[in-house]
Structure formats: C-alpha cells, structure tokens
Design a protein around this ligand. Structure first.
Ligand code: C2E
Ligand code: CA
Ligand code: CA
Ligand code: CA
Length: 276
C-alpha cells in the first residue's frame, strides 16, 4: 500500500494488480524465450521506387509466447532493455538475420539485410566484436548487412556513439538512421555521423500528398540527403498515391504494406519469385 495523504492508504486496484502480475510473468518468460526457441524473425521487403525491384529486407523480431500468442516487439523490446536482456536477444537477432541472408545469397538471391539495434546495444561495449563475430560465423558478406539506429538513440552520448559507428563501418557494413525526422538532429550533427542512409519516418509518409507540412518535410529530407550524399528509404508506404509522390520526388527506395507486410522467409522467397 502507498500513502496518499494523512491517514489515507490506497491499495492496488484489481486492475493494477493484474497488470503487475502480467509484467512479472512476461519478464519471467522473456528470460527463457531465447533458449526455448520462441523468437523468430519476419522480413519486410524494401524496393527500388523507380523499378519496383526488391533490393533488401528489414528483419523484425517476433515472440511466439506459449500461451499469450504473438507478442509484438513494442511490448517486449523495451522490457528486455529494462531487465538487461537486450544484449542476448539482440545477438540472437543479428545472428539469425545474417544466417538467413547468407542462405539467400547462396541461392542467388542477393539481398541487403537491415537489422535494428537498440540504444543499449550501441552504448554498451562489445557491439563491434559481436558484429565481427557474427559476420565471421555466418559467412555473410559485410556489405550485405545494414544496421538501423534510431535518431533518438544517436542523440545520447554523441562522441562515444560516433566512435562506435566508425568502428562498425570499418567492418564494411552500412548504417541507416531509423525513424528519421522524429529526433530533432541538426544538420551539422548529421554531417558528423558516419551513416549511409536515412529512413524517412512513417509519420511523414502518412500525410502524403494531402498534408502540406508532411510533403514539405519529405521534400526537405530528400534534398538534404542528396546534398549530403546519403541514400534514402521511405517507410510505411501504404498506397499507390504515396509511392507515386515519392517516385516523383526522386526518393530512391521504399518499404511498407503496399509492397508487403513483414513475412516469413518462405513467403519472402515466393514474393521474390513473383516479382522477378
Ligand atoms: P521500426 O524499426 O520502425 O519498424 C517498422 C515497423 O513498422 C514494424 O513494426 C513494421 O511491421 C511496421 N510497418 C511496416 N510497414 C508499415 C506500413 O506500411 N504501415 C504501418 N502502419 N506499419 C508498418 P514491428 O515489426 O511491430 O516493429 C516495431 C518496432 O520494434 C520497430 O520499429 C523497431 O523499433 C522494434 N524492433 C523490431 N524488431 C527489432 C529487433 O530485432 N531489435 C530491436 N532492437 N528492435 C526491434
Ligand atoms: Ca527499423
Ligand atoms: Ca522505422
Ligand atoms: Ca517508425
């Protein structure tokens, strides 16, 4: 019970109690999810706006909970960060994604594979060694691997971050800023970051072509990227109107439900076969 005023005590409501029990159980189960083989990856294709050709995929993690069903990453990634499990899960994701991309490479389906990094993975020691090791054991060519880092994560401990990004780049991998436009990073700061690609956040793509502000923001990001020599991909493209607009604005690549939702490896292979 917590004290809320003089002589007044407030107990957990039944709802609060069940929420904290649920969190406790989720935490307990998450600690065993890797060993129990409950995590898997789905892949969302990324295509060239002009030609429609699929050039890459983003690996997205899923947790198949034995009783709760599919738990979305937004529910368990923050929890994993809080309880110190993100390194373990992140290492599993990186390894599984690179192993899959190597399989595809061997089948003659050469695809860039994008893997999300959490803020904690970047600020902790050992990330560069992990990436090097995973590339070595899976056999994947470093140029096929792209690491996605959100703008918000890069704004913390900038100098240390830049050093880590440089080390990663020296392995031969490429780097993308995820959710670009949401984190208030300045131009001078962007110039300092050794990144290769900007991912225009879904929130801006959503308003195309009716929202004048979103249209202006997307145009600004595209011209900025061109001037800085950065590649660009738009995320969250859901309809033809948005794609046509992006194509007209000379955005290089896109990703979103219009092309495909995140899918299993077999479904991705079918999609590749259907589009080539
Ligand atoms: P994100 O990196 O921005 O990933 C894109 C999210 O948008 C994915 O949700 C994807 O399914 C969804 N999406 C893709 N296209 C569309 C679209 O056209 N419309 C709409 N409305 N949504 C679209 P998901 O898979 O639930 O992932 C959510 C977030 O969880 C990711 O956001 C990423 O921040 C995080 N996440 C996912 N997998 C991993 C991982 O392996 N490691 C880490 N650290 N984070 C991950
Ligand atoms: Ca991402
Ligand atoms: Ca994103
Ligand atoms: Ca996003």
């Amino acid at each position: 019970a917590k004290e809320v005023g003089r002589n007044t005590f407030q107990f957990f409501t039944p709802e609060q109690a069940s929420q904290s029990r649920e969190r406790f159980e989720l935490e307990r189960d998450l600690r065993q999810a890797v060993e129990r083989g409950e995590l898997r990856l789905v892949y969302q294709p990324q295509a060239d706006c002009a030609t429609g050709r699929i050039v890459g995929v983003e690996a997205l993690v899923r947790w198949q909970h034995p009783t709760r069903g599919l738990v979305p990453p937004d529910r368990f990634i923050p929890l994993a960060e809080e309880i110190g499990l993100i390194s373990k899960i992140g290492a599993w994701v990186l390894n599984a994604a690179c192993a899959q991309a190597y399989q595809w490479e061997k089948q003659g389906r050469s695809l860039r594979i994008a893997v999300n990094l959490s803020g904690q993975q970047i600020s902790r020691d050992g990330l560069v060694e992990l990436v090097r090791e995973v590339l070595g054991t899976t056999g994947l060519s470093p140029t096929q691997l792209e690491l996605e880092i959100t703008e918000g994560h890069l704004l913390q401990r900038v100098e240390q971050c830049i050093a880590t990004l440089r080390d990663l780049k020296s392995l031969g991998v490429t780097l993308a800023i995820d959710d670009f436009g949401t984190g208030y990073s300045s131009l001078s700061y962007l110039k300092k970051l050794p990144v290769d690609r900007l991912k225009i956040d879904r929130s801006f793509v959503e308003g195309i072509p009716d929202d004048r502000d979103d249209v202006a923001i997307v145009a600004t990001i595209l011209s900025m990227a061109r001037n800085l020599g950065l590649d660009v991909i738009a995320e969250g493209v859901e309809n033809e109107t948005q794609l046509t607009h992006l194509r007209g604005a000379r955005c290089a690549e896109y990703q979103g439900y219009l092309l495909s939702r995140p899918v299993s490896p077999a479904e991705l292979e079918a999609l590749l076969d259907a589009t080539t």
